[in-house]
Write a protein that binds this ligand. Structure first.
Ligand SMILES: Nc1ncnc2c1ncn2[C@@H]1O[C@H](COP(=O)(O)OP(=O)(O)OP(=O)(O)O)[C@@H](O)[C@H]1O
Ligand SMILES: [Mg+2]
Length: 291
């Protein structure tokens, strides 16, 4: 019986997961469209957006219907088993009373009240077990949501960093060296060319270096690589004689001041924003940064 319930439970869980994954994809698309609504309207692409939504809503509907059928069948099966047991209990009771069987616990024949009490007890137990069915979706949704959260928490970053310069500010003496660096973003399709293809250059300490190139040529990518946000496919980046990969991540990133192409202001005052970069910054430091 427990095995049957376990199988039924896993089928229901799988069906809910499929349904949940489909609705997640659809929600993601809606969110994306809402986020980029100005872009869509600017290119008069509303029809494409609507068609796209309709296509995915239809897919979502089909997956949900399939899942609902599975859930309905399992629930029907569950109640059939429950009712079957009840019928069987009445059937047995009929013979016990009619043929005057002796109750081994009391030593006297079974009477109809005893049988009714026993069946009532069974029914209450079954109804209690059955009451889990309405809250099953909530339990399964919570399990799925928790799994997603734990996947993110347990995810191990591919970028580990090393031990060099642990807890110390990096003082660059000579230069940052890119040596035959080959790089592509992990999510890029195989057919796309590498962003950096054997890039070799140096950024001298104590100087200002401008990296110039057309849009998409990899300028921001170089800054991301200096911050060790990604692994190179080939080649190396050195801070003086130290390989970037051997530098402790926290020290590296604390030693680099970085204003991104699309700066983001966190909620709060300008002072809060400045302190986000250096929580111990003095008023004077902040004045300097602003001028
Ligand atoms: N997170 C990312 N995932 C996948 N590809 C990316 C990502 N960021 C950038 N790219 C691609 O890598 C290439 C280089 O992008 P990058 O942002 O470094 O260019 P850029 O020189 O800074 O351009 P721009 O002058 O427009 O800022 C482009 O083809 C871009 O589409
Ligand atoms: Mg850029």
């Amino acid at each position: 019986m427990m095995v049957v319930f376990a199988i039924m439970g896993s089928v229901i869980k799988k069906a809910y997961m499929e349904k949940f994954a489909a609705s997640l994809g659809l929600n993601g698309r809606v969110e994306e469209m809402m986020h980029n609504v100005k872009l869509i309207v600017a290119f008069a692409n509303e029809d494409v957006g609507i068609d796209n939504f309709a296509k995915h809503a239809e897919e979502n509907l089909q997956i949900s219907l399939k899942a609902a059928k599975k859930i309905g069948m399992i629930s029907g099966f569950f109640f059939t088993i429950m009712m079957g047991f009840q019928i069987y209990a009445y059937y047995i009771a009929l013979f016990l009373v009619r043929d005057k069987w002796i109750n081994p616990n009391t030593g006297v024949v079974y009477d109809r009240y005893e049988v009714i009490i026993c069946i009532q007890g069974m029914m209450m137990a079954m109804v209690s077990c059955g009451s889990i069915v309405p809250i099953l979706p909530a339990i399964i949704n919570a399990l799925i949501a928790a799994r997603r959260i734990f996947d993110v928490i347990e995810r191990k970053s591919e970028i580990e960093g090393g031990k060099v310069f642990a807890d110390t500010q990096i003082e660059l003496k000579n230069a940052i060296y890119f040596e035959k660096a080959v790089f592509r973003y992990p999510q890029m399709p195989e057919s796309a060319p590498d962003v950096l293809n054997g890039a070799t250059f140096k950024i001298k300490a104590g100087t200002s270096t401008a990296i110039v190139g057309p849009s998409g040529s990899g300028k921001s990518t170089i800054v991301q690589l200096v911050n060790n946000f990604y692994n190179l496919k080939e080649g190396t980046v050195h801070f003086d004689e130290t390989n970037l990969k051997e530098i402790e991540l926290k020290s590296l990133r604390k030693s680099i001041g970085y204003v991104s192409q699309e700066p983001v202001l966190i909620l709060g005052t300008i002072r809060d924003n400045l302190r986000y970069g250096d929580k111990d910054a003095s008023e004077e430091n902040m004045q300097d940064a602003l001028t």
